[in-house]
Design a protein around this ligand. Sequence first.
Ligand SMILES: Cc1cc2nc3c(=O)[nH]c(=O)nc-3n(C[C@H](O)[C@H](O)[C@H](O)COP(=O)(O)O)c2cc1C
Length: 488
Amino acid sequence: MRGRERFRLGGPDGLLGLARGLGLRLPFSDDVGALLQPANVGPLALPNRLAVHPLEGADAGPRGEPTELTRRRYVRFAAGGSGLLWFEAAAVSPEGRSNPRQLLLSRQNLDSWKRLTEDVRREAEASLGRDHRTALILQLTHSGRFARPDGTSKPVIARHHPLLDRLAGLEKDHPLVSDAELDRLAEAHAAAARLAAAAGFDGVDVKACHGYLIGELLAARERPASRYGGSYEDRTRWLKDTIRGIKAENPGLLVTSRLSAYDGPGAPAGFGCLASDEGRTEDLAEPIRLVQELAAAGVPLVSITVGIPALHPHIGRPFDVPVRGAALPEEHPLTGVARHIAITGQVQKAVPGLALLGAGYSWLKEFAPPVAAGALTEGSAALIGLGRGALAYPGWVRDLRDGGRLDPGRVCTACSRCSELLRRGGPAGCVIRDKKPYAAVYRDLCGPVRCAGRPAGRARRNPGGADRRSRDRTAVSRNETGKEPDRH
Ligand SMILES: Cc1cc2nc3c(=O)[nH]c(=O)nc-3n(C[C@H](O)[C@H](O)[C@H](O)COP(=O)(O)O)c2cc1C
């Protein structure tokens, strides 16, 4: 394993110098005020342009209902001041859960969801005033090949993929999900969307990313005789039809999707990938066409993400320290951050009438806001969110508003422990900045908490990070060797 000390950015000059050294273009603006401006997105009047990305906590109760730990997470996010809370993946059916503690929306547990949204709204109002109305979007999902509803693998796949099949222990002839099952899944999404509206959400996200079932379907070029595979039209049909159906039934509800614009390297090529070089290079023609079509169908907002965490966790979630037992990728984390921002920017510039929510900023630590402000100002996204950064520092937007900067002592250390907790079945949270309760959970599930930011093995200084120049974006973590894959 390539060990190194947690990279210290020093100051803005250090960050920008590092970007130059790596040959990367990174937007940057000292004026973070743009992030705090209100925005209208479809039916939503957002108090600012900052969001919390979906973060699976794996802490649901036995019927998939939010528990006190779930409530704690969202109430803290709400008090933190983001204009938009994008709630984590909630399964639309019991068999679609990624683990037995994944949230599930059902008629039986609807009241617990109502209480959650009410508590979240109450907290936002109490902390930020009556004018601050945080928008709440719920991500709807089927975990596809990563389904483990009872703790054991129950994969449902849209296509075969040698590496991913091997990770799940699948035979070559494992059946693909049928069109009839996909039709039933569309109905399950529609039913969950109705429940989400009744629970008090402003919108729902039909999740289509990270290698989960619908994300995989977007890339399923080799589904013979299927209405939902093969050509671009057929691969995207399910998503577009399902979104149109939910919209037609729920005119007041914002219907959106978290979309992978670039699945990352691997063969067969994923969505947004150039097939001729096994996806090492992005090819955004199809993602752009899809976002254009969603815009034409009246979708005002799309969240853009990249990568399949089970294959390449560093592509969508650049880190300083990998999960235990995994290798540190060759690619410098800033290369991943810059790629994510650039991809989102290319899609946003091609579809300026639709608001894109950008991700992948947490590794930037206290410099996430100026980079996000730069991206916003140059039109590379309309909204920006933090994932891991918000788990570590739920009050980040308030602090930015009140002091113009983030506290370096509270930012995410990009140590991957939240991912490790999720990988172990959760509950997942920030082990470093939210020790109570997560340090004890981590000790129980994963072993002793190592010193923050220091990878296992021999640490060595890496003052410029230049030795991690973007040599090989295809470097994969040891997940490929058959260990339990990363989730989300
Ligand atoms: C513990 C954990 C749970 C996650 N859960 C989800 C999820 O439920 N849905 C999703 O789309 N992405 C999920 N993600 C990905 C994040 O939303 C986000 O895209 C990623 O962490 C990169 O953003 P960041 O650099 O700000 O962390 C998860 C990430 C982590 C670390």
